[in-house]
Design a protein around this ligand. Structure first.
Ligand code: 5GP
Length: 112
């Protein structure tokens, strides 16, 4: 069964898409936790961080390049932002198709 993010990639459900190329997509989070909150999602369906393979290295690396370019476009690069992957239940993952959260536009209160 395809994930909700694959449905967004396939335009089966709508999303506020802000970037797309042959191997990934980025869109604004439907329930933003801050003024800037978007997700970078590889088109390859990888359920969790635990499922990443050695050969996925370049793809995962590119997710950060795409993320920082969009962060710059949105004007949060110099003030800063948070980049987060959640993994499984204890990590707070709710959509089982890996995605990088970029959250910013305000001073974030929770520090790890
Ligand atoms: P997770 O909890 O898995 O790390 O993050 C999933 C994120 O996807 C959540 O922040 C949630 O608000 C977002 N999300 C879930 N469903 C949709 C959707 O249909 N559209 C968009 N744009 N975001 C979604």
């Amino acid at each position: 069964m395809s994930s909700i993010f694959t449905k967004i990639i396939n335009r089966e459900i709508p999303a506020d898409i802000i970037y797309e190329d042959s191997e990934m997509i980025a869109f604004n989070d439907i329930k933003p936790q801050a003024p800037v909150h978007f997700l970078v999602v590889p088109k390859k369906e990888i359920p969790t961080l635990n499922d990443i393979k050695e050969e996925d290295g370049p793809l995962i690396g590119r997710m950060f390049c795409v993320a920082k370019n969009i962060a710059k476009e949105m004007g949060v690069d110099s003030k800063g932002y948070r980049a987060v992957f959640n993994c499984n239940k204890d990590g707070g993952q709710t959509v089982f198709h890996i995605h990088l959260h970029i959250i910013g536009g305000k001073k974030l209160s929770f520090n790890i």
